[in-house]
Design a protein around this ligand. Structure first.
Ligand SMILES: [Zn+2]
Length: 339
């Protein structure tokens, strides 16, 4: 007993030394991993901030931003509010001013607070070919009784971007018809669930099923929260690969790979009802508002979602990419790609 006991301090000492060295190496590696993992959490990624971006398409980011300012000036815009009615007039006036045929789809949504009347808006860019491509987004903001929720990025940016896209293309184009669709009631009343949220797109898909028009819809591209000054759009991993190739390939070609990231996500948004109906659909969303997870928590669905967090350059980047990707999508559709 004495021998081993006498030996113990020495062997234990060499054991602890090995342990300390091994622990040090593991801790070093873990800290490194943690630091790189924490970066998107804590520090803003400045490379996601587009600056001095010259337009690479007829889409005008500055004009889209002016529209966004006008929309935000109307105040909070929840479903069935006077300010959402004013937003609707602005949308319809702009679409009609651009010569687009418009259509309103009114419906009653069954929500947790009762029946809420809602209105989707469609602007039609007439094509030369059979088939429709839907470009969509929501124009309502989340109803929040305790704060003045402006929703500059969440609800405002998608509406302003879609309006500018309509103006950039005009009332007709070579290729498939494009429907620019503005959804009401994307936002949930209180907590999101399968039956609480995306009221507009769910009702719209039911509507085009009834009219039989759904068979003519070939692809859907939905945008949301794309005004973020720190623009980072993740791949919608649940969307068809050929749609990802079309959009991300164009982003790379235009030098925007810093904003169209290679990481992926799948978020329930207004593209889902079409996807469930069998139509190829993709969502373009920057769901890290403000460039870091901490900023996202501070901003998304809070009173901080204001116009100063949105940038014309970000709207421009997405405008350029989608403008050019549209032609690639058509090529793929012509080649028979569907799902
Ligand atoms: Zn929202």
């Amino acid at each position: 007993m004495t021998g081993p006991l006498q030996n113990r301090p020495f062997s234990a000492g060499s054991g602890s030394l090995r342990f300390i060295v091994a622990f040090g190496v593991v801790a070093f590696v873990l800290l490194g991993l943690l630091a790189s993992g924490l970066r998107p959490l804590l520090a803003r990624d400045d490379s996601q901030r587009p600056t001095g971006t010259a337009a690479k398409s007829p889409f005008d980011g500055a004009r889209a931003y002016e529209t966004l300012e006008r929309i935000c000036a109307l105040g909070p815009r929840p479903a069935d509010s006077e300010s959402l009615g004013q937003t609707r007039s602005l949308i319809l006036d702009t679409l009609e001013g651009t010569g687009l045929k418009t259509r309103v789809h009114e419906f009653d949504a069954e929500t947790p607070i009762g029946v809420v009347p809602m209105v989707n808006i469609v602007g039609e860019i007439a094509g030369t070919k059979r088939g429709v491509i839907v470009l969509s987004g929501h124009y309502d903001t989340k109803r929040m009784d305790d704060i003045a929720f402006i929703g500059a990025n969440d609800g405002g940016a998608s509406a302003a971007w879609l309006l500018e896209f309509a103006r950039a293309i005009g009332n007709q184009r070579e290729g498939r018809t494009v429907w620019i669709v503005f959804y009401d009631g994307e936002e949930a009343f209180g907590e999101w669930s399968d039956t609480n949220g995306i009221f507009g797109s769910r009702a719209f898909v039911e509507h085009v099923k009834e009219t039989g028009e759904i068979d003519n819809v070939h692809a859907v591209l939905n945008v949301d929260m794309i005004g973020d000054c720190y623009l980072g759009v993740q791949r919608d991993i649940a969307s068809p690969t050929w749609m990802q190739t079309a959009v991300w390939g164009k982003a790379r070609e235009l030098g925007y790979e810093g904003h169209f990231l290679n990481s992926g996500t799948a978020i329930t948004d207004d593209h889902i009802p079409f996807r469930l109906a069998g139509v190829p659909a993709m969502n373009l969303i920057d769901f890290q508002y403000g460039g870091s997870s901490v900023d996202h928590e501070r901003t998304w669905h809070t009173e901080n979602d204001t116009i100063d967090k949105c940038c014309p350059e970000s709207l421009q980047v997405v405008g350029d990419v989608v403008y050019h990707a549209l032609d690639t999508l058509e090529t793929y559709l012509d080649a028979g790609l569907r799902n």
